[in-house]
Design a protein around this ligand. Structure first.
Ligand SMILES: Nc1nc2c(ncn2[C@@H]2O[C@H](COP(=O)(O)OP(=O)(O)O)[C@@H](O)[C@H]2O)c(=O)[nH]1
Ligand SMILES: [Mg+2]
Length: 324
């Protein structure tokens, strides 16, 4: 099906068209910029909430309860579960799906798992675009779940308006939180499994640590929840809304302008790297590749050679991986 009619069905609220578009975006097809450009005017209404923290902390359970709470407010909710551990949509994703299935028949809820298989630097951007698509579809809230382990996950969380870091008493001490870079990104801390020993102590430790930081417009709260028992969820929903309001109030014309330029340069950088990969895969640089492979060109000289011939460079930038 062509992109035009797909976008038309998408605009009409067709969930199958939504799923198709997400797949196109997730697979980084060459049409992505064209698709995103058409969706762009619809983007920016959704509240983007990130859920991160160690595996088993209860992020998915919490996400499930948040869906319930937002639905009770009449809001539509989309969930993106970015799962770095299950390349073949095995255990973890299946578990998430089963847990969230009580919402499966609800047209106000859309759940999607993204696999990280075969993807490296592009995951954060693919996730951003999936979130944009879900936003453009008209969801009021988009929840993104990642395991808080590395730079990619931190990059993904950077797209959230409000980042909720979920910890559990047994996840170790607060030093680990700092090491993982979670202190910097948390807008709200949740100590889940409050039914277990040590929850209150962890909360106190986090609060002490937060107190050592310079005062800011937003004071990062530390909440106790018991996700399985649906306890503490309303408080979390309130804090997400309060943080959103504080964030909105802090925005200025300058910060919005710089965010727009930042997004544009990220897209440009990623697009250049995608086009280069496509050109390499399409054999566009095969003559130079051969020279490098046989050692008759040194890698630096060969890199310069790509930039020195104007036509070749233009073909690369145009994303034409077949020519030359
Ligand atoms: N005791 C207890 N277990 C919980 C709580 N919240 C979640 N769990 C359990 O913790 C396990 C991991 O939860 P899950 O949501 O999959 O964690 P995730 O890996 O962070 O998404 C599951 O067996 C949940 O039932 C809680 O508040 N108390
Ligand atoms: Mg999970």
């Amino acid at each position: 099906m062509d992109i035009g009619s797909l976008l038309e069905r998408f605009a009409g609220g067709d969930r199958r068209a939504l799923a198709r578009l997400i797949t196109l975006v997730e697979n980084r097809t060459p049409e992505v910029p064209t698709i995103m450009r058409q969706l762009y005017p619809r983007i920016g209404r959704a509240v983007l909430v990130g859920l991160t923290g160690p595996p088993g902390a209860g992020k998915s359970t919490l996400g499930d309860k948040l869906i319930g709470a937002f639905r009770a407010q009449g809001k539509s909710v989309a969930v993106v579960a970015v799962d770095p551990s299950s390349p073949f949509s095995g255990g973890a994703v299946l578990g998430d799906r089963i847990r969230m299935q009580e919402h499966f028949l609800d047209p106000g809820v859309f759940i999607r798992s993204l696999s990280t298989r075969g993807r490296h630097g592009g995951l954060a951007r693919a996730t951003r675009e999936v979130v944009h698509v879900l936003d453009a579809f008209g969801h009021d809230v988009v929840l993104v779940e990642t395991v808080g382990v590395g730079q990619t996950e931190l990059d993904i969380m950077a797209l959230a308006h409000t980042t909720v870091v979920v910890l559990v008493p047994e996840a170790g001490d607060t030093i680990q939180v700092m090491k993982a870079g979670l202190l910097e990104i948390a807008d709200v801390f949740v100590v889940n499994k409050a039914d277990r020993d040590g929850a209150r102590r962890l909360k106190n430790e986090l609060e002490v640590m937060l107190h050592l930081r310079p005062p800011a417009a937003w004071h990062v709260p530390v909440l106790l929840t018991e996700a399985v028992a649906n306890k503490g969820i309303d408080d979390l929903v309130d804090k997400i809304a309060a943080h959103g309001a504080t964030r909105k109030a802090a925005r200025t014309a300058e910060s919005e302008a710089s965010d727009r330029v930042h997004e544009w340069t990220e897209i440009l950088r990623d697009e250049l790297s995608l086009r280069l990969d496509r050109a390499l895969a399409g054999g566009a640089l095969s003559a130079i590749t051969t020279k490098v492979a046989t050692g008759s060109s040194d890698p630096y000289g060969a890199a310069l050679e790509v930039f020195e011939e104007r036509d070749r460079l233009l073909a690369l930038l145009a994303g034409d991986g077949t020519r030359r």
